[in-house]
Design a protein around this ligand. Structure first.
Ligand SMILES: Nc1nc2c(ncn2[C@@H]2O[C@H](COP(=O)(O)OP(=O)(O)OP(=O)(O)O)[C@@H](O)[C@H]2O)c(=O)[nH]1
Ligand SMILES: [Mg+2]
Length: 295
């Protein structure tokens, strides 16, 4: 622990039970950083001690508060310490610290948020995980308006401006998508650089399926907040189409057999009502979001 001695480059990593890998990641990262910081999130192993021995500034959370809380803490510390560039990476050695210079280059080129995209070794990611990642990628790109090829990567760099502007709230892994969403809304300059990501072992500290669904839910909520017209419009549109189909069926049977199918008719009206309400909700929220984001 300690005060930052006005570092220029702060490399930081959230860590939860990473005693096997943290030492070498910290040592390698030190080559590119003025300070290496580790947020130990209530690990039950030797993560904090090893990180300290390897030369990192260690911040300890007494209990496990979540990946997102650790990221928020890191950003707050970077701002307090006056870092010019903040680089985030995973502590489980899936990221290669030797990629750090390409992030620094992208920041000095004027970008505010640099995302390391795992393009190169994409084949090495297990198929079922890749499918889940693609869904999240598609949804998060709705938030970033379709610019990125890897939105879940935890290897990232932030400019001083991004560090001072980004106010994040997500406590779990959804913070990665939230960062992109908030940065896009604030007009920060986002870019990506290719990185190596190593997938030779199953290092997941969380149940990946549960974690995936958790992030999925949060991203949907973010879309409804940031792009309400798209979200509620699409939802309402589907209901309206279903309502119209049911309505057409009612009219057809009435014409052909002189029978009024009351059940289907009611269903049609229900769907049309839900659809219209949803579309109007989208339009109203869209006006509000535009008003608020213009300030
Ligand atoms: N602060 C904090 N960090 C965490 C937590 N869970 C994981 N991490 C760290 O976040 C980074 C990424 O976590 P992983 O579990 O490897 O997530 P992942 O890379 O998406 O999943 P894998 O591909 O299975 O490794 C690592 O540095 C972990 O130590 C947590 O609850 N709190
Ligand atoms: Mg990992």
């Amino acid at each position: 622990m300690g005060e930052l001695s006005s570092p220029k480059v702060l490399v930081a990593m959230p860590a939860y039970n990473e005693e096997k890998y943290i030492g070498s990641v910290v040592l390698q990262a030190r080559r590119y950083a003025d300070e290496v910081m580790v947020v130990d999130d209530g690990s039950t192993d030797q993560t904090a001690q090893i990180a300290e021995l390897a030369g990192a500034t260690v911040i300890r959370h007494g209990e496990n508060k979540g990946y997102g809380v650790a990221i928020q803490r890191i950003i707050a510390e970077a701002e307090k310490g006056g870092a010019d560039t903040l680089v985030l990476l995973d502590a489980d050695s899936q990221h290669d610290p030797n990629d750090i210079p390409s992030f620094l280059k992208a920041i000095s080129a004027g970008n505010d948020l640099v995302i390391g995209c795992r393009k190169i070794q994409r084949d090495a990611i297990p198929l079922w995980r890749r499918a889940g990642q693609n869904v999240l990628l598609f949804l998060t790109n709705i938030l970033s308006r379709g610019k990125l090829s890897d939105t879940e990567s935890g290897f990232r760099a932030f400019s001083r401006k991004a560090v001072s502007q980004l106010k994040l709230k997500e406590s779990g892994m959804a913070v990665s998508a939230e960062t992109i969403s908030v940065a896009t809304a604030q007009g920060l300059k986002i870019t990506e650089v290719p990185i190596m990501a190593i997938y030779t072992r199953d290092g997941s500290t969380l149940n990946p399926i549960r974690h995936g669904f958790g992030v999925f839910n949060r991203v949907l909520v973010m879309i409804s907040e940031r792009r309400p017209l798209l979200f509620f419009g699409l939802f309402g549109g589907i209901f309206m189409v279903l309502g119209i189909i049911a309505g057409v069926m009612v009219v057809q049977t009435l014409g052909e057999r002189q029978i009024l199918q009351t059940g289907t008719a009611l269903l049609s009206m229900l769907f049309l009502t839900i659809g219209l309400l949803s579309v109007f909700t989208g339009i109203i929220l869209d006006v509000l979001v535009r008003r608020l984001s213009r300030k």
